[in-house]
Design a protein around this ligand. Structure first.
Ligand code: HEC
Length: 147
């Protein structure tokens, strides 16, 4: 009897913690809510790209908002209420992809604060040099492997 209860409890803990992991870490949230449009790695097939890649977005955000708190505030607001006037990305991006659809209802403000803080801390990666340059120097290999 005691044994059964223990197993049941363990099973429940395992179920809870794995679902919390999938939804509650910042990166898990990003994967669930944002990654479908903003890829985390450099896109390999440009024809399928729906939105600027994460590293590009963060490069531009940081040019305008080098301070993390300001950047997070801007992004949380933008994701819930995007507009052409607010956008800091290049106008060509909006022409090409269209304005980002508001994610209101899909993600909460608290989740967004978590997600965008994580984005700020991890992107662009330290060795990112922008599209079309870099990458040849340094590592020597790695081109064409979709890093
Ligand atoms: C349905 C596709 C889609 C989803 C989902 C999506 N985005 Fe976007 N996002 C876009 C497009 C398209 C743009 C470029 C046009 C623009 O800036 O509005 C963009 C631009 C942005 C920008 C740059 C804003 C600026 O000033 O130009 C940020 C920051 C951003 N997205 C964050 C997020 C975050 C965080 C999530 C997840 C909660 C997310 N996006 C989910 C399509 C999407």
């Amino acid at each position: 009897m005691k044994f059964k209860i223990t197993l049941l409890t363990l099973g429940m803990i395992a179920a809870f913690s794995s679902s919390a992991q999938a939804t509650e870490t910042a990166e898990g949230l990003y994967d669930a809510k944002c990654a479908a449009c903003h890829t985390k790695t450099r896109p390999t097939d440009m024809s399928k790209v729906l939105a600027p890649a994460l590293m590009g977005v963060m490069r531009h955000i940081k040019m305008d908002y080098p301070d993390k708190n300001e950047a997070v505030k801007f992004m949380v607001d933008y994701v819930l209420e995007p507009s052409k006037e607010k956008a800091i990305c290049m106008p060509q991006k909006i022409e090409r992809f269209g304005l980002m659809p508001s994610q209101k209802g899909n993600v909460t403000e608290a989740q967004l604060t978590k997600i965008t803080g994580w984005m700020f801390d991890n992107f662009p990666p330290a060795d990112f040099r922008g599209m079309g340059q870099g990458n040849r120097q340094g590592k020597g290999q790695g081109r064409g492997r979709g890093n």
